[in-house]
Write a protein that binds this ligand. Structure first.
Ligand code: SPD
Length: 357
């Protein structure tokens, strides 16, 4: 009987210890989250070797998920189903996330590599003092075109896209702000315009572009342009740079009426379970050599001054992708226009898209 009681007590104690370990592994402070971070980034926006290197150097496992628009990213974070530790929104979305109390304040003492960032990209209106975000990549929106396929045609103005010779030839980046933005710019309105009559006018004008549109897509644009399946596309500058490495017949231009200047920054959402690991990841990505390797892989412009010093001169001196402050002064950064107005932009864009093949 004594032996039976001893056995019972031993089984009970072993089960209790096992249950305690399993519980610790599943809680936010436990071993699992201590060794894991979930990163939410745009598609095609990081060198995968760097994720492996980060995992090896820190012992932190990275769960990596991608999105294709600020709106899609924000919806997932608001839903809260996944606990993202790091995300990469653009400026107007960062402003919105700060207002909605979705972000944690960054601990700059844990991001010493922040000193590598060019002060030109710090302390911007959407996040004064970089309390909630640190720069990752930046760029513009413009037109990439194939000189050989278009036989001397050039693109100085957004209005050149409406040329009848371009029937079924144009690919557009799938973004509400981008498409509505160039529609507004083509009419010499601001891409932050909130006048509903102007927005409707832009939508009507975009509808006249429909015969020229071949497709509205995301990262597939790059393949279509590299393989010469389309001769013109409205793209983010970094995608143009990447495409142009692969096909020398292409050029990139920011039309004279103006365009968008954008900034994608790292943030830590309030859903984060591993804030320490998130800071480590951000600091790793801001290391000069890491950022240089990432820039060479991704093609976008880096705000990392120390990384720029390691990149080929012809890359960082190319004003098409690294426009000077004088050139960017005529461009506009998207503003957070408020929930209702942003919903109106999306509504008009979706109506336009629905009637485009
Ligand atoms: N394939 C990566 C695309 C990232 C582009 N971010 C641009 C945001 C503009 N608001």
């Amino acid at each position: 009987m004594k032996k039976l009681i001893q056995l019972f007590v031993t089984v009970f104690l072993v089960s209790f210890v096992l249950m305690f370990i399993v519980h610790r592994l599943n809680t936010s402070e436990g071993l699992t989250s201590g060794n894991t971070i979930t990163v939410f980034n745009w598609g095609d926006y990081i060198d995968p070797d760097l994720i492996k290197r980060f995992e090896k150097e820190t012992g932190i496992k990275v769960i990596y998920e991608t999105f294709d628009s600020n709106e899609a990213m924000l919806t997932k974070i608001e839903q809260g189903g996944v606990s993202y530790d790091v995300a990469v929104p653009s400026e107007y979305t960062i402003e919105k996330m700060i207002q909605e109390d979705l972000l944690i304040k960054l601990d700059h003492s844990k991001i010493p590599n922040l000193s590598n960032i060019d002060p030109r990209f710090m302390d911007m209106d959407f996040d004064p003092g970089n309390q909630y975000s640190v720069p990752y990549f930046w760029g513009t929106v413009g037109i990439v075109y194939n000189k050989k396929m278009l036989d001397g045609m050039t693109f100085e103005s957004w209005n050149d896209l409406w040329d009848k010779r371009l029937k079924n030839q144009i690919v557009l980046v799938d973004g509400a702000r981008e498409v509505m933005g160039f529609g507004l710019n083509s009419l010499n309105y601001s891409l932050n315009d909130t006048n509903k009559a102007h927005l409707l006018e832009a939508k009507k004008k975009l509808e006249k572009l429909q015969p020229n549109i071949k497709a509205i897509v995301g990262d597939e644009i790059k393949m279509l342009m590299v393989n010469e399946e389309a001769p013109v596309a409205v793209v983010w500058s970094g995608d143009a740079a990447e495409i142009m490495w692969e096909n020398e017949n292409l050029d990139y231009v920011v039309p004279k009426e103006g365009s968008n200047l954008w900034f994608d920054n790292f943030v830590i959402p309030k859903t984060a379970k591993n804030v320490e690991g998130a800071h480590k990841f951000i600091n790793f990505m801001l290391d000069a050599e890491v950022a240089a390797q990432n820039t060479e892989y991704v093609g976008y412009a880096t705000p990392n001054k120390a990384a720029m010093a390691l990149l080929p001169e012809e890359t960082v001196k190319d004003e098409r992708f690294y426009p000077s402050p004088e050139k960017t002064a005529r461009l506009e950064v998207y503003k957070n226009l408020g929930k209702r107005m942003l919903a109106y932009y999306n509504e008009l864009y979706l109506e336009f898209k629905m009637h485009t093949k």
